[in-house]
Design a protein around this ligand. Structure first.
Ligand code: SAH
Length: 495
């Protein structure tokens, strides 16, 4: 049976600008054909099971020619596959979407089009430029500055000037001088406000403004590279006043997260919202260990140290033919909100949730809850967890038994290059150790100015030992780390 092709516009980069429909269709793709303008984080959303085909294009240098892209779409659909063609921005706006549909139509292959947010709408908005404004203009025009094969730039400058609207040029950085000269020589006011937006909506977005007469110098002096837009029009004067994106408190701050995927995503969400440029590259991964389920009715309390621990414990419980009712009569303690949330997912509301990640805080909370000397508690935790919690409980006469249900395995961190980062965040000493080892393996020095933000003192000890300039989170939680990073950086920038 013939498959189907979905042409999806991925938007200009910010993963939040991928439409819900686009994300849903992408999640069920069997083949994804994508190119260079699709944002890094959207690429990370491509299903792992799908066949991924990179047809990345560069101006003047087309690694995969257009006809071949169309052929790939056709072939895969004829194989019966559910094919997603993922394009930057919107798929029809200078995106050759129409050309890619022609062969499908000719062969009777079914297709759907999921529009995307176009860069001349989104990158301008992120640069604080409303493309129309009643006080300044009554139209906006999207223009390609790409030259045809014969080298001609086919623009009717007189008509463009007469329209008196906002002009947004795409694919035009290389031909900026010619465009500026064309507009000036046909009578546009040399003082006409212009703006350039590079990598719009991405954490590394850059924006520059200049009058038309200085536009070329501005592009050259700042080394503007593709993808970028050139905006010509009086609305550009608003970009300073409406500069909301550049004004985000951590705008562009490059942060590396090394914790397990689960905790990284929580921290990343907080930092993303403040405009940081966050890369998550987990250094460790929890892996379940086989364990024999003890007789649970012997214990007064069971304590979980992480969401992964909760998951592995319940998997073991189910495998033993039991369920949440096996915890009947036990008090349940969880370190941190994420662990408590994981328990809720299995129908258990934790009785104790110390918000700090330290073993001492957990021991104190357990003792304060009325667990007396002689009582038995079960600590469901990773192998090689710090001994603080059982030691403190035993010192109080409590019989603390450890049940090792998982271990944290090091990950290769193959793509690790610490050089671009200003900060690296660590949530455990094992993350620090893995990070330092991975730098060494890759022949990369830990950069002198790289700062480490650590969740607590034991992690900070490991970071200092690795030679990093180290800071400790004010509160030993992921939210506390986010707040600390914000405070340290906003104070430093003296905004
Ligand atoms: N279909 C795309 C445009 C494809 S043409 C869309 O709807 O946005 C490629 C041009 O789009 C680039 O040369 C650049 O001018 C512009 N562009 C795409 N993504 C951009 C971004 N994130 N920031 C600035 N310009 C971008």
């Amino acid at each position: 049976m013939t498959g189907k092709v979905y042409l999806i516009g991925a938007g200009p980069g910010d993963p939040g600008l991928l439409t819900r429909k686009g994300a849903e269709v992408l999640a069920s793709a069997e083949v994804v054909v994508y190119d260079r303008l699709v944002g890094r984080e959207i690429l990370a959303m491509m299903p792992r099971s799908a066949e991924l085909i990179n047809v990345g294009k560069h101006a003047g240098n087309h690694p995969v020619p257009q006809e071949q892209i169309s052929q790939i779409l056709l072939d895969k659909a004829l194989e019966g596959k559910r094919v997603v063609r993922l394009k930057g921005g919107d798929c029809f706006l200078f995106g050759r979407g129409g050309e890619e549909l022609e062969p499908l139509f000719a062969h009777g292959v079914p297709f759907e089009v999921v529009p995307g947010v176009p860069s001349p709408i989104a990158a301008t908005a992120y640069a604080g430029i409303p493309v129309t404004h009643r006080d300044y203009c009554s139209s906006v025009h999207f223009i390609t500055g790409h030259k045809k094969k014969d080298g001609a730039l086919d623009l009717d400058y007189e008509a463009l000037i007469r329209l008196d609207g906002t002009l947004v040029f795409l694919m035009s950085i290389g031909n900026c001088a010619e465009i500026a000269e064309g507009l000036l020589s046909h009578g546009m006011d040399p003082a006409m406000p212009c703006a350039v937006v590079e990598n719009g909506t991405r954490p590394d977005q850059r924006k520059f403004t200049a009058p038309l007469r200085d536009l070329v110098d501005c592009v050259r002096d700042n080394g503007v590279i593709s993808p970028a837009l050139i905006i010509v029009g009086r609305v550009c004067t608003l970009s300073e006043r409406f500069d909301w994106f550049d004004a985000l408190p951590l705008h562009g701050l490059k942060v590396l997260l090394t914790s397990t995927a689960g905790s990284a995503s929580r921290l990343k969400a907080r930092l993303d919202a403040w405009g940081a440029d966050v890369t998550a590259l987990p250094a460790i991964e929890p892996r379940p260990l086989p364990f024999a389920l003890p007789a649970l009715d012997r214990y007064a309390l069971i304590a979980f140290s992480s969401a992964a621990g909760v998951r592995f414990f319940f998997e073991g419980l189910f495998a033993a033919g039991k369920d949440a009712r096996a915890l009947n009569g036990l008090r349940v303690a969880a370190v941190g909100r994420a662990t408590a949330e994981a328990l809720r997912g299995y129908g258990i509301a934790a009785d104790l949730v110390p918000s700090s990640y330290s073993g001492a805080a957990m021991a104190e909370a357990i003792l304060a809850s009325g667990v007396k000397a002689g009582a038995r508690v079960l600590l469901a935790r990773p192998r090689k967890a710090l001994p603080e919690l059982p030691e403190k409980l035993r010192a109080a006469g409590v019989e603390a038994e450890e049940l090792f249900i998982y271990e944290t395995a090091p990950l290769p961190m193959e793509r690790l290059d610490p050089a671009p980062f200003a900060w690296v965040c660590f949530t455990s000493p094992s993350c620090v150790e893995r990070f330092a080892a991975a730098c060494k393996e890759g022949g990369k020095e830990i950069p002198a100015g790289l700062k480490a933000l650590c969740i607590g003192e034991s992690t900070a000890g490991a970071a200092r030992a690795a030679g990093l300039e180290t800071f400790v989170s004010a509160e030993a939680t992921l939210d506390g780390m986010a707040e600390t990073l914000l405070r340290l950086n906003t104070e430093r920038l003296e905004r």
